[in-house]
Write a protein of this length. Sequence first.
Length: 265
Amino acid sequence: MSVSTATRNIGWLLRVNRRLSPDEALRSGRTFARAFSTGGSQPLAPSQITRWETGELLPTRETVRRYEWLLGLAPESLVSVADAMMHSAAGGASLRVSHDSDQERDRARLFHLLDRVTAADSLTGADWSALTEMVAARPQLELYPPKLWRDLTYRLLDEMVDTIGVEWLQRQTAMIRLIRHPAACRYAITGCIAHADDPRSLLVVEPLSLLDNSQDPTANRYVLQQLQQPDSHRALEGALHAIIHKVSNGHFQHQESTQLVVGSA
């Protein structure tokens, strides 16, 4: 999927939910634009709603959350789907984030959530989304001791087994952010492989398919291995999911591509 296609799909998602709103007044773009503005902010032009909903302009994450609130939808229900659409786009795109957030407040919240992870406190899907959004916004972030990355990724994968619906999708998207993060990626990839390798694990397809978010040689080798000599039918399914996206995103070097062609012959 291209970024432009993902943007159009997100626009369709916003438009359909607004046009089917139980509040008939909000089905009007003009009325919705008036309701969209908050506090003393400038009124929103109806054309802005049109630009988002036709896919002409990619909305920010905060914009999608505003749709959720106005339409009375479950928090993060649209954001999680929109995030998944963008992560499926070629090149690993993501929703835009507004730049008017309080950096000190965000930093404090980041470390508060990290403390909750290490203390084994219960986290919701929204907590994982918030935590990994802040991690993704800090590509230079390093955690000490580094094993905190491992604790983070292993716990997130463990929780994917016990969740469904939006809660599951939020955790999957959170794992994608960690796999794409420069410091977290090594631990995230190792965690995915460990879960897929563990014969007791209920999570095989998901961690294997998540490896399509990295062109790291370790991830490539493991996916190719499970394609050619799968440990189980679930491992083969996960490898096939990953291979499709890895090929389309150009993850494989010449030797790996040759191995893929020979192994499939």
